[in-house]
Write a new protein. Sequence first.
Length: 106
Amino acid sequence: MLFVSYARLAQVGGRPAKGPLEAAPEIVVEIISDSETQRILEDKLADYIAIGVDECWVVRPDARTVEVLALTPGGVRSEAVYSEGQAVASVVFPGLAVPVAEAFAA
């Protein structure tokens, strides 16, 4: 899942009628599967940094947590880890908060 704001789309001339988006999303949500290794996640994070993603929410179903990572050209910084009963708070979009339980709702 990803989120691209209207402001970021405007920077690249809006949403294209066809083809891929030219704008990098501000936030991506990465759900860790049982087969995903730390190295695979690190590679994905490096790709996200390279295209200009600002924030990644890492959902870990086994631990039932969501970690917010700030992505910068200088690297990855863990901002917070949230568990059920809490709401994930975005660094990029102050005021955006999503209950962790919603990430695991069937």
